[in-house]
Design a protein around this ligand. Structure first.
Ligand code: VGL
Ligand code: ZN
Length: 234
């Protein structure tokens, strides 16, 4: 068997190294973090804002999380009567769109209210090594799909600085929902100078009026990579 040194010193070193790098480019390393987005009861089948087959992400995430040095869990964490809830807008129904101070806002059923069972992580999510639980959406007047920036696009959650302090250059995003919190998180990661990968089979979507196709298109345009969990195999 050819050792690493022999390969690097050989005539075909450049080609071999390039091929190897391609093959292992999705192998998590020191500068990679896994962002596990909103794997919470309200988004599970039977929950108040159920994502179809949302529970299927749990075993996939449990299986890949161990490959990462740094793991962050995000938790949608709304105040009662939050501005993103249809119930806070008389005469409005869930999934209608209204104009708030920062722009258009989809109105949702009440979900992920601070301290309630619906806001807890799925009971089978097993990622005890996660170093950070990042709560978002707690500003009563501002939603926050993204784990980096609230919906006013100005208020920072602090995640950018935290990840940069840990030496993170690339984030792998998974969880719920692909077309809202996962996509907004991946897109903001790109804007803030990170590489971003979405692990598709570790996500599920709401898919409201074509939102899933739109999200993938926006992510492709922004340079977000689309991967499958099997591609992270050690
Ligand atoms: C989410 C809608 C409202 C999500 C959160 O986690 O994708 N979607 N709040
Ligand atoms: Zn929410």
């Amino acid at each position: 068997m050819m050792g690493r040194r022999a390969v690097l010193g050989g005539a075909a070193a450049g080609v071999a190294a390039a091929a190897a790098a391609q093959e292992v480019s999705l192998r998590p390393g020191f500068a990679d973090a896994l962002l596990v987005v909103d794997v919470q009861n309200c988004f599970m089948p039977g929950g108040s804002l159920a994502v179809p087959r949302g529970d299927e992400v749990v075993p996939v995430i449990n299986a890949i999380a161990g490959r990462f040095r740094i793991v962050v869990l995000t938790q949608d964490w709304h105040t009662p009567g939050h501005a993103s809830f249809a119930s806070a807008h008389p005469g409005k129904q869930p999934f209608e769109v209204v104009r708030l101070s920062y722009g258009n806002q989809v109105l949702w059923p009440d979900h992920c209210i601070q301290g309630t069972p619906g806001a807890e992580f799925h009971k089978d999510l097993h990622v005890p090594q996660a170093q950070l639980v990042l709560r978002k959406g707690y500003n009563p007047k501002i939603d926050s799909y993204s784990a980096f920036l609230e919906a006013d696009r100005r208020t920072k959650t602090g995640l950018e600085a935290w990840l940069k302090a840990k030496g993170i250059k690339r984030v792998f995003c998974c969880g719920l929902a692909t077309d809202f919190c996962v996509a907004w998180t991946a897109l903001d990661a790109r804007r803030l100078g990170f590489e971003a990968v979405v692990v598709e089979d570790a996500c599920r979507a709401i898919d409201l009026d074509g939102s899933l196709a739109k999200a993938w298109a926006a992510m492709a345009k922004a340079g977000v990579e689309r991967a499958q969990s099997a591609m992270l195999a050690a």
